[in-house]
Design a protein around this ligand. Structure first.
Ligand code: NOJ
Length: 737
């Protein structure tokens, strides 16, 4: 539709109809009139509102969506199609690894391909908008939603957000592309104590320097929508925060797309204690520029009154409504309200062999090798007698919490994948134990995700495992968190592997067996007490439907692992938050000696994490040498070239992620001890040597200065290039304006 026609349509709408565009209801309001009576009555939502509401939440499927859209259009006087939105965070039917795994690939180009697949599959099932990607920066693994994030570094986050948004959206004229909604704006990843929905409180400098850039990367790359966060920002919940939603998002960043409140967040303004009632909540949210009210009836019930009694300017509603109509128009819904959706195409698109192939590559680039004592890995096929143990060894539930729409039948387990690689006589299998000894703390969700339906006692299970382990040379043990122990509402204060599983590990250890541990988890777990008990550790995250294949590929050397962690693995719980780009303090701890009393350190634990940001092993061995700069003084407008020699000294082809960090030695405000500025993932043939050159300009040196201006400052800088945030070669330069 031309913008003129859109304007004409808009002008025809009554105030009530415009407000209805701002209302997002869940599927039950549309799918079945009988079911919908309950929630409609409860929320005070009339048939008229349903018939004019602008969008639908979490309904999916070509047939269902066609049906709802067509019925809706029959009743909708203005023939404005509904927008269908859902949470497709890291895969619809072809589920990829959780985002914390995806970022461990350090391969935004590959992740772009994954998000194109996500768009293609989701749109084939009728969706128009996905609530993805998550741009929340995180530093605290107690928070269950770290699984949805890209880790602790703001630059790396932004690079991935760019590739995810462009992968999802491309050109929306193409029906296989989907509008992307960045979330949760802002700073949702920094709740105090890592407790879900808890308060966030930080300086504006920290917010701008570290937490906002990834959301901004989404805006700069054209994301169509932004979702508010549940938390407060400087004392005001995001959903009612005018400074955040209007001054920063609209005025500073120039965002012209749609904003949406997270689930019932408009209602929660009352619970936060910032609005006294629904009337005030509606006022705060609309004044903060929140266009869509997800899952409450507050906009539908109060906005009209607010206009009528002169509390708010009708123009606010006009602006919001127009933004939503523009998005519908961009998606081509006025020409084809179904965007070409049909069941046949859906069937051919979902979980195709090509999609599975990419999912396998993505998983293998996301899984991190954390330990490989005496090069126990890769294993030789059909040589040693292998015993497969643990509750995750033959478990299809390795998709992570947000794979709501997936079908676990599509998952390949580790056992299935290994059986395809080696002869049966070399394999033994027992589960050994269940995931948890008690599911009650997970409420109704716990049992849902439990897969233990047998009546075998805990003791018998363990004994069976021990018996088969006796006859084997190597034990592959797949342990980890229950899916429901991470994700939304999955905050924990104990980040160790559940006790029942540790018991199994300890029993096997006593038998003096070689152990390869595969860990499934939505977060970095605390591995201090188990790391020395095992010979190899593969950190699989929740790796998606091709996870089993990717793990087997790595175990047997068909794939050389290349992933590196993007969130520090704490040494113990008391260290949290622990992250690589901290400040120096006035008394940095340079030594772990007990005499270093009055320095910034713990008496009972090191300052460093167990595994630092950027860490991960390969079957190849890489050597770094000859770090050199093309000049010692960088002037504004010039380019500093930083070169390093990297050699694969092994006979195994492999990929290495070369990382460049910078330290601004003196600033008008203190600067981190290191900040990631560049990285490059490259493949090396056996014995191959490569000279890698990174380019640094003034832009890379900018930060929020004392006066909050984003700019550079003259002075000394240190460069670090290496294989992870701790193991680097260093050089120095001076920057002059
Ligand atoms: C609440 C979550 O915070 C958000 O990420 C999600 O998109 C909405 N629910 C909708 O399901």
């Amino acid at each position: 539709m031309t913008s003129n026609d859109l304007q004409k349509l808009f002008e025809k709408l009554t105030l009530k109809e415009k407000i209805c565009q701002l209302v997002q209801l869940s599927g039950e309001f549309h799918e079945d009139e009988i079911i919908s009576v309950g929630p409609q009555t409860q929320l005070g939502i009339t048939k008229k509102i349903v018939d004019n509401s602008g969008s639908v939440l979490n309904v999916i499927g070509a047939e269902k969506i066609r049906k709802i859209q067509s019925k809706y259009l029959e009743n909708n006087k203005n023939k404005i199609p509904l927008l269908f939105m859902a949470d497709i965070i890291y895969g619809y039917k072809t589920v990829f690894p959780i985002p914390l795994g995806l970022s461990s690939s350090w391969n935004p180009d590959l992740i772009y391909k994954a998000y194109k697949i996500i768009a293609d599959e989701s749109t084939s099932s009728g969706l128009h908008v996905t609530f993805s990607p998550v741009a929340d920066l995180v530093k605290d693994p107690r928070w269950g939603r770290v699984m949805e994030t890209l880790g602790e570094d703001s630059y790396l986050n932004s690079e991935f957000i760019k590739s995810m948004v462009t992968g999802l959206q491309g050109d929306l004229k193409d029906n296989s592309n989907i509008a992307s909604c960045i979330k949760h704006f802002a700073a949702y990843g920094a709740p105090e104590g890592g407790r879900e929905y808890n308060s966030v409180d930080m300086s504006e400098r920290k917010l701008r320097q570290e937490y906002l850039p990834a959301y901004k990367a989404g805006v700069d790359n054209g994301c169509e929508m932004i979702m508010t966060s549940f938390n407060i920002v400087d004392g005001i919940p995001s959903t009612g925060n005018k400074w955040l939603m209007r001054d920063i998002l609209r005025d500073e960043w120039g965002f012209e797309g749609v904003t949406i409140a997270d689930y019932a967040a408009v209602q929660e303004l009352i619970v936060h204690g910032i609005a006294k009632d629904e009337f005030e909540a509606a006022k705060l949210a609309i004044e903060a520029n929140v266009d869509i009210d997800m899952k409450t009836s507050i906009y539908s019930n109060y906005l009209e009154k607010l206009v009528e009694n002169g509390t708010i300017d009708e123009e606010l509603i006009n602006e919001s409504c127009m933004r939503i109509l523009k998005l519908k128009n961009k998606l081509g819904l006025f020409e084809d309200p179904y965007r070409g959706v049909n069941i046949e195409h859906e069937k051919n698109t979902l979980v195709s062999n090509e999609n599975r192939e990419i999912a396998r590559i993505v998983a293998s680039e996301s899984i991190v090798l954390l330990k490989n004592e005496k090069n126990i890995l890769p294993l030789t096929k059909n040589k040693d007698k292998i015993c497969l143990l643990g509750p995750y060894i033959d478990n299809k539930n390795i998709l992570g919490l947000w794979a709501f729409h997936a079908d676990t039948k599509n998952t390949i387990t580790i056992k299935e994948a290994i059986e395809n690689k080696i002869n049966k006589e070399f394999l033994n299998y027992e589960e050994g134990c269940d995931l948890l000894s008690d599911y009650s703390f997970l409420g109704k969700f716990g049992k849902m995700a439990s897969f233990d339906t047998s009546n075998i006692s805990k003791e018998d299970k363990l004994e069976k495992a021990i018996n088969i382990a006796k006859d084997s040379d190597i034990v592959i043990l797949a342990l980890g968190e229950h899916t429901m122990q991470s994700g939304e509402g999955g905050s924990r204060t104990d980040l160790t592997i559940p006790d029942l599983q540790l018991e199994l590990l300890n029993k096997i250890k006593k038998m003096n067996k070689k152990i390869i541990l595969i860990i499934f988890s939505g977060r970095p777990l605390i591995l201090k007490d188990i790391i020395d008990k095992v010979d190899g550790v593969i950190y699989a995250w929740f790796p998606g439907i091709e996870g089993g294949n990717a793990i087997a590929d790595i175990l047997f050397g068909d794939i050389n692992p290349s992933a590196k962690i993007t969130m520090s693995f704490p040494y113990n719980i008391g260290q949290i938050p622990v992250y690589y780009n901290h400040f120096n303090t006035g008394r940095p701890s340079m030594t772990s000696s007990v005499d270093a009393r009055f320095t910034s350190r713990y008496l009972d634990a090191p300052n460093s994490p167990l595994f630092p940001f950027g860490y991960g092993l390969s079957y190849s061995t890489f050597e770094y040498s000859d770090l050199s700069l093309n000049k010692n003084i960088l002037m504004s407008g010039e380019i500093l070239e930083v070169s390093i020699e990297v050699k694969n000294i092994s006979n195994i082809k492999g990929k290495e992620i070369v990382q460049l960090y910078i330290r601004d030695c003196v600033g008008s405000v203190v600067r981190p001890v290191k900040e990631l500025k560049k990285f490059s993932k490259l493949e090396f043939n056996p014995k191959e040597r490569k000279n890698i050159t990174f380019q640094i300009t003034e832009e890379d040196l900018k930060f929020y200065k004392k006066n909050m201006e984003f700019d550079s400052e003259e002075g000394d800088f240190e460069i670090f290039v290496g294989k992870n945030s701790e193991d680097c070669l260093t050089a120095k330069f001076y920057f002059k304006k």
